[in-house]
Design a binder for this molecule. Structure first.
Ligand code: TYD
Length: 340
């Protein structure tokens, strides 16, 4: 069996590439190698005979069509994913997350038997007031340009299913964390800042709630979904959530505890504009299929923090792109410094 995986040098994509190669799939990894890609994420399979890397853009229709030849499945992880960056540069999100998906859909139209699994997010629903949990058929109400671009991609997938009889599985996950996640994201950023003894910039009152899932549990969910996925016309959505919801401040405090750093490092700073208060998924459909997360948050966080402590610095050095320029732009004023 052969899979085309897009964005396979990013966080979730690389965990999935490694799992698929382990499972015996032939994997073609198409990655544009943006700032979010890190070749070290796929070093473990780089020389494997069943693995092939192609540097390129999912918006390149000719290339996608060529790589789809002989593929049984396409798994799309290629995306711009960071909300804060989407506030600075919405156009990049429309291009990668919407136009990129349309490019994949155009190529898939010519290959009706191919399974298509698309990675989406709980953010398409916008902020979810407690105690609600969103089911797969809940209406979209995205807040950020990132969330809107992921919702738009899903709408294009639906349109292709309706008009051209395309089949797709859309996986909406809650916040994912674990080794190899880019340091711009909350848990890696706070961990690396705490390790360095630097202030950890907590947006607003820090009482926003997120549902946290360990990356290997998401991989297990994706493997299960892929086993049952079909190319039958229509869109099938499935939610992957741990049910473990924590406030950002609590997560920051746990990171301080694990690293034996003072809580005073947690620095309240100007909030993110349009910051969603809470995300919550109802994942009963997937649980009925036999999936359950294996790692509790306390355990997954300890593993993650230990990974960044032991490997973070060396790994960050192999990352694509200049994080310090972004850090200065995003946090310089908030922290009252020009550091980074
Ligand atoms: P993030 O990892 O950006 O994921 P998302 O916004 O997609 O949920 O952020 C997780 C939460 O942490 C979110 O509520 C914003 C908050 N946050 C901070 O308080 N400070 C930060 O520097 C970052 C990056 C995030």
């Amino acid at each position: 069996m052969r899979a085309l995986v897009t964005g396979g040098c990013g966080f979730i994509g690389s965990h999935m590439v490694r799992a698929l190669v382990r499972d015996g799939w032939e994997v073609v990894n198409l990655d544009r190698m943006t700032y979010a890609a890190n070749p070290a994420n796929v070093a473990a399979v780089a020389d494997h005979p069943n693995y092939r890397f192609v540097q390129g853009d999912i918006c390149d229709g000719g290339l996608v069509r060529e790589l789809l030849e002989g593929a049984d499945a396409v798994l799309n992880f290629a995306a711009e994913t960071h909300v804060d960056r989407s506030l600075l540069e919405p156009g990049a999100f429309v291009r990668a997350d919407v136009e990129g998906v349309v490019s994949l859909l155009e190529a898939l139209r010519e290959r009706p038997g191919t399974v298509f699994v698309h990675m989406s997010t709980d953010e398409v629903f916008g902020s979810v007031p407690a105690p609600l949990e969103m089911r797969e058929d809940a209406p979209f109400a995205p807040s950020s340009p990132y969330a809107a671009s992921k919702a738009a991609a899903e709408l294009m997938i639906r349109a292709y299913a309706e008009t051209y009889g395309l089949g797709a599985t859309v996986v909406r996950s809650c916040n994912v964390y674990g080794p190899n996640q880019h340091m711009e994201k909350f848990i890696p950023l706070f961990t690396l800042r705490a390790l360095a003894g630097e202030p950890m910039p907590l947006y607003g009152d820090g009482l926003q709630e997120r549902e946290w899932l360990y990356v290997e549990d998401l991989v297990e969910a994706l493997r299960l979904v892929l086993r049952g996925a079909s190319a039958e016309p229509g869109v099938r959505a499935v939610h992957v959530g741990s049910g473990e919801r924590l406030r950002n401040r609590e997560v920051a405090e746990l990171i301080c505890e694990l690293l034996e750093r003072p809580r005073e490092l947690i620095r309240p700073v100007a909030d993110r504009p349009g910051h969603d208060r809470r995300y919550a998924l109802d994942s009963s459909r997937l649980r009925a299929m036999g999936w359950a997360p294996r790692r509790r948050f306390a355990e997954g966080l300890a593993l993650t923090v230990a990974w960044y402590r032991d490997h973070g610095e060396a790994w960050a050095r192999t990352a694509n792109g200049d994080f310090s320029a972004y850090f200065a732009r995003q946090y310089g004023e908030r922290l009252g410094t020009r550091e980074g």
